[in-house]
Design a binder for this molecule. Structure first.
Ligand SMILES: C[S@@+](CC[C@H](N)C(=O)[O-])C[C@H]1O[C@@H](n2cnc3c(N)ncnc32)[C@H](O)[C@@H]1O
Length: 349
């Protein structure tokens, strides 16, 4: 799609959703956006345009500066920071939008075209992972239920939906804690959340995921489909090697944890301690990191290795430096999902 600022401005006043559609298709990789000079517009710039458009449509419902909310399972970041996830992390946005689109398509195929119900926890002020996709489906094909803990986010997304006349795509919009939310009505076919930081630290992705899984049926799709935390070493020549897996969250593991917690009558406080062995290879010098691999759905994956620094969600977390004089040895990693980076303990008994 050829992109000219003046034409776009005119179109924005006349029909903003058509501009959002062009940007969404460029982010989905279906139709790159080409500037007048023939240059392909970079995804980061598209996300920035999109954020500016949504801000101008939200007008006085655009959130102002406020603090986050501290929860048992990790912190809910403030609304403006949630908007920052659109402005500054385009790779994340692309991978999630593609994953959600593909999951909706798969459900439509398997349901014989019946409307797909999506429960989206932690939507932020713009519902970044849902609103753009309304340009890709009919309202008879998909409906979203949105949750966020910040009233300012809920006010903003309601205003956007009203201004853009997208009401038919949204079943409900609730201000609530997604860790304890109980869904009313028919079970969603897809549950999704991006309330995470790298290595599942800081934010409540894990307890929200466990709760979302309770709201869907045995065929429900979870997005992200899989999150893996692992250790890896970067040697002095820059070569990367995975040392071992630390933890994974997906539908099956989440359901098993839910069953185990229920069976044991345990109360989950949202955080989970992880204690694991890591074997440090002999004769290597370099740095050891915690890495994250996220598969949103199907082939849409990104990781701390392979695509170095592609997204803040996969930023490697430095653990320790080792030098080549050290013999092969086992060390122990102790950290808490939903906990803080500075609480990670790395010991060598
Ligand atoms: C990382 S932002 C993502 C925002 C948006 N989904 C996006 O992808 O750009 C996480 C959002 O989740 C919300 N959130 C965090 N914990 C929550 C909870 N326990 N219940 C409901 N919302 C929560 C935050 O308020 C924030 O808007």
């Amino acid at each position: 799609m050829e992109f000219g600022i003046n034409r776009m401005r005119h179109e924005l006043e006349r029909n903003p959703i058509s501009v959002i559609k062009v940007f969404t298709e460029a982010l989905l990789g279906d139709d790159p956006l080409i500037e007048g000079s023939g240059i392909v517009v970079r995804p980061q710039r598209i996300c920035s345009y999109l954020a500016n458009i949504l801000k101008s449509i939200a007008q006085d419902a655009y959130p102002i500066e406020k603090d986050g909310v501290v929860l048992d399972g990790g912190d809910a970041i403030p609304p403006l920071e949630a908007i920052g996830c659109l402005r500054h992390d385009s790779y994340r946005v692309q991978m999630f939008l593609r994953g959600v689109r593909d999951a909706i398509r798969e459900k439509l195929e398997n349901n014989g075209g019946e409307k797909v119900r999506v429960l989206y926890a932690g939507c932020g002020p713009f519902a970044t992972l849902a609103l753009p996709l309304t340009t890709q489906f009919e309202s008879s094909e998909v409906e979203f239920t949105l949750l966020d803990i910040h009233p300012e986010s809920v006010t903003c997304i309601k205003k956007l939906i009203e201004e853009l006349r997208l009401e038919e795509y949204f079943f409900g919009i609730y201000c609530c804690d997604a860790i304890t939310y109980r869904h009313q009505g028919e079970k969603p076919n897809i549950v999704m959340t991006e309330t995470m930081n790298s290595a599942l630290l800081d934010e409540p992705q894990f307890p929200i995921t466990l709760n979302l899984l309770k709201q869907t049926d045995h065929e429900g799709i979870l997005i992200p489909e899989n999150i893996k935390v692992f250790t890896f070493i970067q040697d002095d020549r820059g070569c990367l090697k995975v040392l071992g897996e630390v933890f994974q969250v997906n539908r099956q593991i989440g359901m098993e944890i839910n069953r185990a917690l229920k069976g044991a009558g345990l109360l989950l406080e949202g955080k989970m301690p992880i204690f694991t062995e890591v074997v440090i290879p002999n004769g290597v010098s370099g740095s050891i990191f915690l890495g994250t691999e996220i598969c949103t759905f199907g082939k849409n994956s990104f990781s701390s290795i392979g695509n170095w620094r592609s997204s803040s969600l996969t930023d490697p977390i430095h653990l320790v430096d080792v030098d080549m004089n050290v013999q092969e040895r086992t060390m122990y990693l102790n950290y808490v999902i939903g906990g803080k980076n500075e609480d990670i303990k790395w010991t060598d008994f």
